[in-house]
Design a binder for this molecule. Structure first.
Ligand SMILES: *[C@@H]1O[C@H](CO)[C@@H](O)[C@H](O)[C@H]1NC(C)=O
Length: 291
C-alpha cells in the first residue's frame, strides 16, 4: 500500500493490536493527536479536548509546542486550526515541517502573526532548502481565522512544495534543481507546532506589543492528517511514483488552483522577498525561474 498514514508507522506489535481492535476503519479516519504527536514544550499549556482536538495556551508564564513522533519524506500534512480571537497582536502560532538538522536545515513554515482586534491576521511562509532560508512571503488572510476552523496544508512532492489555506494555494516553491536551485529532497522532516510570544517582531514589525491583560490566549487544532513516507520506513516508499501525492494532478497547479493563486498574490500578498530590492539587490534565482 503506497499511502502510509502516520498512525501506521508504529511498531508492528502495536500495529497488530490496532488491526485487531479497530479493523480496517483505522485507515479511513483522521488520526488523533496522541497517535501522531507528542508535547515538546510545556505540557501544562496543551490540553486535549474531546477525542480529536487540542487547545494551545499562551500566558505570561509560557507558550507551548508539539511535534510529530515521526519524520516524513514527501507527502501532505494538514491541520484545522482556529486562531486566537480578538486582540492577538504579538502572538505567533506556527505550523511547520523541519528536518531538525542545524547546518543543512530544510524547513517549510506557516507562521500566523496575530493582530489588534479587527485587523487582519498575517500568514508568513518561509522555505529553507539545504540550510538556506530568508525566503519570507506574507499574505493577509481574507477571512477571520479565529471565527472558525480552517484547513492549512503543506503538499511536498518531487515537483514542488505548495502551501494551502483551505483550497487556495498561497505559495508554490518549485523544484528547479535543474537550474541549480536547492530543493528539499534528501532529508525527512517532522511536523511541528508552537504558540509563543514574538512581540519584538511579529505585529507591524514589533511596534504592537502583546496585551497580557487579555491572556491567556487560546488556539485550537483538530483533524490532524499526515500522509507521507515515514522515515525510518520502507525505502521504496519515497521513490514510489504511485504515491497519490506524486500523481499527475499534484505535479502542478490545475487551472482553477492557478487562478486562486493569482487572486491571492494580487489581492492579499503584502510582502514578497522576491521583490524586496533593499534585501536582495539581485533577484534570487528561484524568483525568476518560478511563477
Ligand atoms: C495588522 O494590521 C495592519 C493594519 O491593517 C496591517 O498593515 C498588518 O499587515 C497586519 N498584520 C501584522 C502582522 O501586523
Amino acid at each position: 500500500m503506497a499511502t502510509k498514514r502516520a498512525s501506521l508507522s508504529i511498531t508492528s506489535l502495536t500495529l497488530l493490536l490496532y488491526f485487531l481492535t479497530f479493523s480496517f476503519s483505522v485507515f479511513a479516519r483522521p488520526s488523533t493527536f496522541l497517535d501522531d504527536f507528542h508535547v515538546t514544550w510545556s505540557d501544562s499549556h496543551i490540553k486535549q479536548i474531546g477525542g480529536n482536538a487540542i487547545q494551545l495556551i499562551l500566558d505570561q508564564s509560557s507558550g507551548c509546542g508539539f511535534a510529530s513522533k515521526n519524520k516524513y519524506l514527501f507527502g501532505r500534512v494538514s491541520m484545522k486550526i482556529k486562531l486566537i480571537p480578538g486582540d492577538s497582536a504579538g502572538t505567533v502560532t506556527a505550523f511547520y515541517m523541519n528536518s531538525d538538522t542545524d547546518t543543512v536545515r530544510d524547513e517549510l513554515d506557516f507562521e500566523f502573526l496575530g493582530n489588534r482586534t479587527g485587523q487582519p491576521y498575517t500568514v508568513q511562509t518561509n522555505v529553507y532548502a539545504h540550510g538556506k532560508g530568508d525566503r519570507e512571503q506574507r499574505v493577509n488572510l481574507w477571512f477571520d481565522p479565529a471565527a472558525d476552523f480552517h484547513t492549512y496544508a503543506i503538499l511536498w512532492n518531487h515537483h514542488h512544495v505548495v502551501f494551502y489555506v483551505d483550497d487556495v494555494p498561497i505559495r508554490v516553491y518549485k523544484n528547479n534543481e535543474a537550474k541549480g536551485i536547492p530543493f528539499p529532497k534528501f532529508q525527512p522532516m517532522g511536523v511541528y507546532s508552537t504558540l509563543w510570544e514574538a512581540d519584538d517582531w511579529a505585529t507591524r514589525g514589533g511596534l504592537e506589543k502583546i496585551d497580557w491583560s487579555k491572556a491567556p490566549f487560546y488556539a485550537y487544532y483538530k483533524d490532524f492528517d499526515i500522509e507521507g513516507c515515514p522515515v525510518p520506513g520502507p525505502a521504496s516508499c519515497t521513490s514510489n511514483a504511485r504515491n497519490w501525492w506524486e500523481g499527475p494532478s499534484y505535479q502542478q497547479l490545475d487551472s482553477i488552483q492557478a487562478r486562486k493563486y493569482r487572486w491571492v498574490r494580487i489581492n492579499h500578498m503584502i510582502y514578497d522577498y522576491c521583490t524586496d530590492k533593499s534585501r536582495y539587490p539581485v533577484t534570487p534565482p528561484e524568483c525568476m525561474a518560478g511563477i
